[in-house]
Design a protein around this ligand. Structure first.
Ligand SMILES: Cc1cc2nc3c(=O)[nH]c(=O)nc-3n(C[C@H](O)[C@H](O)[C@H](O)COP(=O)(O)O)c2cc1C
Length: 194
């Protein structure tokens, strides 16, 4: 199963693109599940170290859904809107709260495939920095990061939303980068997940 995590606090362009990616994977025979932070309560990590002692997070909130899903899925797609040139605070909270999973087993997220999608209201609004941030999370947690290869996608899927659904639907280059990245993701999945 492939888990798509949308880091947007609202149900708009990020969810639209992520749903599109998951639909494409479903068409290729993958089972997928979407988790959006939209409408969810996920507090930031408190660094209380309760999880290191107790193997669970002290905060009981909507992260519980991800604590169940993350260990069992074989692939992860994190998608984020640009917020001040980087990922959203909501997606960062998800990443930091994974410390409680790491406390259970340092390789709990290991050997999964990960890809990234970044969307900005501006064409160059920090998308590549955000992808680097997501890929850094993947590397730290033993997740195998995939980009989209040269000539069109490079680090991953980058979108220019122009701050609207109409804008994102017109971003042919963005969808081209998504398609290339998904192809690399699928190739890596079959290479490493046998
Ligand atoms: C607090 C905030 C900061 C933002 N900062 C950036 C930015 O640095 N660069 C950019 O290109 N767009 C920025 N945007 C615009 C969003 O990234 C853009 O509208 C995106 O498509 C929103 O995704 P959503 O529709 O899924 O929420 C910002 C939006 C908000 C609310």
């Amino acid at each position: 199963m492939i888990l798509g995590i949308s880091g947007s606090p609202r149900n708009q362009t990020t969810n639209y693109v992520l749903n599109n990616a998951l639909e494409k994977l479903e068409a290729e025979g993958f089972k997928t599940v979407l988790f959006s932070v939209n409408g969810k309560k996920i507090g930031p990590c408190l660094h209380c170290d309760y999880c290191l002692e107790n193997k669970e997070c002290i905060q009981k909130d909507d992260m519980s859904e991800l604590y169940k899903l993350l260990p069992i899925v074989r692939g992860i797609i994190m998608a984020s809107p640009m917020h001040n040139g980087g990922i959203s605070a909501q997606l960062k909270a998800v990443m930091d709260r994974c410390r409680a999973l790491y406390a259970i087993d340092t390789n709990i997220l290991g050997n999964k495939i990960g890809m990234s999608i970044a969307l900005g209201g501006d064409r160059s609004g920090g998308q590549e920095l955000a992808i680097q941030q997501i890929n850094t999370f993947y590397i730290i947690n033993g997740i195998i990061p995939v980009g989209g290869g040269m000539f069109g996608a490079n680090l991953g899927a980058c979108f220019w939303s122009q701050d609207s659904l109409d804008g994102i639907k017109k971003d042919d280059e963005g969808f081209k980068s998504l398609e290339r990245t998904l192809n690399c993701f699928i190739k890596a999945y079959y290479q490493y997940m046998k």
